[in-house]
Design a protein around this ligand. Structure first.
Ligand code: AMP
Ligand code: GLY
Length: 422
C-alpha cells in the first residue's frame, strides 16, 4: 500500500513510526513531516491548506490511502476533495469534522443523542452573554465557537473572570459565537474510538495534562504529557462512555446525513455521576497518539485503511498490557511567545534508553544539529511493565537531553499513581 500521511507534529511522527512497521506498507510519503521522520518515509513539502496540491500529489503518486493527522485540513474539507478524486482517506468529511470545528454543533448533536454533557447556551452578542453569566453565577465555562488550538476556553472561577473573558473575545472578534456552559468536576480522560458510520471500535484511552506547569498550574496548552492506560478510566466507565456517548452520537451523525469516518477523540470529565462529554475532536490527540501507538498490538495500517474502506466491523484493535508515558518538552515561553532555533542535543542517546522513543514535533535540522522550531518540540516516551516503570524510564530518557531553552512537567503520571495507592 502507498500511503500519504499529512502533518508534521509528534502525533504524526508516532503515526509514521507505527505505519512504517506495517507489513502492508510499500511506500510512505509524509507532508510536510519533521526531521524525526526522515528515516521513516519520504518528506514532501506540501502545504496543509493547499488541498489541490495534495490531491495532485496523491493522484500522481498512485497513493492508496491518505491519513490526515491534524484537524484544520479536515475541518476545511480535505477528506471531501480526496474522496471526490477517488482517493481513500482516513479522516472525516468537512460536515462530520464539525464535531470539532463547532462547539455549538457538538452540543446540539450530544443533546439530540441524549449524551451526558454540561448544560449550555449559545450566544452571538456580548450583552446577552454577560447577562446569562450573571444569572448563572460562577464557576462557569466560556468557549469560543471555533478552532482556537485548545486556547479558546476559559474556566472562570468568578463572574468577573467570565465577563472579562467575554469582553476580550468580543473586542477581538465582534462577530463571535460563544458557548457558555456549566462547569464540570472530576478527572479528565481522552477516549478514542475508530468510527465508520454506525460501527464503533474502541481504541484506548490516555490522560493528558493540559496546563503548562506541574500541579496543573499555568495556562492551558495543547497538552504537556500523557500516560496510558489511565486507572480512572475503568472498564465500567468505558462501557458507559461507549453506550451513552459514542454510539448514540455515531448514530445521530448517520441520521443527519453526515456519517463520521475516522478517529473520534472523546474528551471526558469523569466525576461522581460517571463520564460526561467535554468535547469531541476529529483526530488523534497529541500527545495521546504517541502513547497509543506505543501500546497498539494490531496493525495500524489495517485499521486506518479499514475505517477508510468502511470495513471496521471486521476488525479488532488490541493493546499490549504495557503502560506508556509521554512527556512533552516545550520551548520556554510556550504557550505564549518563545524563541526559535535553540540547539538541542542528546536526542539519540535518549532514544537508546530502555523502552524509550523520542518523537519530534517542532524541530528543524540546521548544519547537522537539531534546533527547536516551535512551542511543543519533543515528546519523550517510554513503555514499562507498569506505570511506575514507564514513568521512570521516560524521565531517565529526558535526563539525556540537553536543551537550555526547554522545559517539561515533572509530574506526568502522578495522578495515575495516586489512584493505584488509593
Ligand atoms: P475544550 O477545548 O472544550 O476541550 O476545553 C479545554 C479544557 O477546558 C478542557 O480540557 C477542560 O480542562 C476545560 N473544560 C472545558 N469545558 C469544561 C467544563 N464544562 N467544565 C470544566 N472544565 C472544562
Ligand atoms: N492533547 C489534546 C489534544 O490533542 O487536543
Amino acid at each position: 500500500m502507498r500511503v500519504l500521511l499529512i502533518g508534521g507534529g509528534g502525533r504524526e511522527h508516532a503515526l509514521a513510526w507505527a505505519i512504517s512497521a506495517s507489513p502492508l506498507l510499500d511506500k510512505l510519503f509524509i507532508a510536510p513531516g519533521n526531521p524525526g521522520m526522515e528515516k521513516l518515509g519520504t518528506l514532501v513539502p506540501l502545504k496543509l491548506d493547499d488541498h489541490a496540491s495534495i490531491v495532485n500529489f496523491a493522484t500522481d503518486n498512485r497513493i492508496d490511502l491518505v491519513v490526515v493527522g491534524p484537524e484544520a485540513p479536515l475541518v476545511a474539507g480535505l477528506a471531501d476533495v480526496l474522496v471526490a478524486a477517488g482517493i481513500r482517506v482516513f479522516g472525516p468529511s468537512k460536515a462530520a469534522a464539525q464535531l470539532e470545528g463547532s462547539k455549538d454543533f457538538t452540543k446540539s448533536v450530544a443533546m439530540a443523542a441524549g449524551a451526558p454533557t454540561a448544560a449550555y447556551e449559545t450566544f452571538t452578542d456580548l450583552a446577552s452573554a454577560i447577562a446569562y453569566v450573571k444569572r448563572q453565577g460562577a464557576p462557569i465555562v466560556v468557549k469560543y465557537d471555533g478552532l482556537m488550538a485548545g486556547k479558546g476556553v476559559t474556566v472562570a472561577e468568578t463572574v468577573d473572570e467570565a465577563v472579562a473573558a467575554l469582553e476580550a473575545l468580543y473586542a477581538s472578534e465582534p462577530e463571535a459565537r460563544v458557548v457558555i456552559e456549566e462547569c464540570l468536576f472530576g478527572e479528565e480522560a481522552s477516549y478514542f474510538c475508530l468510527v465508520d458510520g454506525e460501527n464503533v471500535l474502541p481504541f484506548g484511552a490516555a490522560q493528558d495534562h493540559k496546563r503548562a506547569f506541574d500541579g496543573d498550574k499555568g495556562p492551558n496548552t495543547g497538552g504537556m504529557g500523557v500516560y496510558s492506560p489511565p486507572p480512572v478510566f475503568t472498564p465500567a466507565i468505558e462501557q458507559r462512555a461507549l453506550e451513552e456517548i459514542v454510539k448514540p452520537v455515531a448514530r445521530e451523525m448517520v441520521k443527519r446525513g453526515s456519517p463520521y469516518r475516522g478517529v473520534l477523540f472523546v474528551g471526558l470529565m469523569i466525576g461522581p455521576g460517571g463520564p460526561k462529554l467535554i468535547e469531541f475532536n476529529c483526530r488523534f490527540g497529541d500527545p495521546e497518539c504517541q502513547v497509543l501507538m506505543l501500546r497498539l498490538k494490531d496493525d495500524v495500517l489495517t485499521l486506518l485503511d479499514g475505517v477508510a474502506r468502511g470495513q471496521l466491523k471486521f476488525l479488532s484493535a488490541r493493546f499490549r498490557p504495557e503502560h506508556a508515558v509521554g512527556v512533552v518538552m516545550a520551548t520556554k515561553g510556550y504557550p505564549g511567545a518563545y524563541p526559535s532555533g535553540t540547539p538541542i542535543s542528546g536526542i539519540e542517546e535518549a532514544d537508546k534508553m530502555p523502552g524509550a522513543i523520542v518523537f519530534h514535533a517542532g524541530t528543524k535540522g540546521r548544519a547537522g544539529e537539531i534546533v527547536s522550531a516551535g512551542g511543543r518540540v519533543l515528546t519523550v516516551c517510554a513503555t514499562g511493565i507498569d506505570l511506575i516503570e514507564a514513568r521512570k524510564r521516560t524521565y531517565d530518557a529526558i535526563e539525556k537531553i540537553d536543551w537550555a531553552q526547554g522545559f517539561y512537567r515533572t509530574d506526568i503520571g502522578a495522578k495515575g499513581l495516586a489512584h493505584l495507592k488509593s
